[in-house]
Design a binder for this molecule. Sequence first.
Ligand SMILES: Nc1nc2c([nH]c(=O)n2[C@H]2C[C@H](O)[C@@H](COP(=O)(O)OP(=O)(O)OP(=O)(O)O)O2)c(=O)[nH]1
Ligand SMILES: [Mg+2]
Length: 140
Amino acid sequence: MKMVLVVACALIDADGRILLAQRPEGKALAGLWEFPGGKLETGERPEDALIRELKEELGITVKHACLAPLTFASHAYDDFHLLMPLYVCRRWEGDVTGREGQALAWVRPQKLRDYPMPPADAPLIPHLQDLLSPLSSSLL
Ligand SMILES: Nc1nc2c([nH]c(=O)n2[C@H]2C[C@H](O)[C@@H](COP(=O)(O)OP(=O)(O)OP(=O)(O)O)O2)c(=O)[nH]1
Ligand SMILES: [Mg+2]
């Protein structure tokens, strides 16, 4: 089974909302809502790849120190196995814009399930909900 490493990021704004991006037509899983990010290039460090992807996809500048690991997805797709670390980031420079024509949505943690996501992403949702509402333990 081919292993594919993808880095992704939950950007969190001052109101505790999470950024989702809609995968563009023509790509795999088109129309589904995802965490911005992408595949590593050869020899690239994960954090460097994520910083590059956030610049390419959203036009923002993120520092290494502002990326905190939260959890990861491990999911068997038909043709590859996805391993996807998920970082959170609350601080960046620049305005978030869909640089690749993708729709964007700032979503409250309890509304994440209203947005159809790739199958790998479902187990990530309770981790974000717990991070952002510590009094309701949705992992239990
Ligand atoms: N970025 C991202 N990718 C995800 C998520 N969930 C999920 O299954 N994936 C899968 C979809 C793709 O198979 C792969 C990421 O590929 P991608 O097409 O976005 O990669 P990329 O940004 O480097 O774009 P490209 O240059 O390959 O077109 O990971 C997610 O939440 N965010
Ligand atoms: Mg991508």
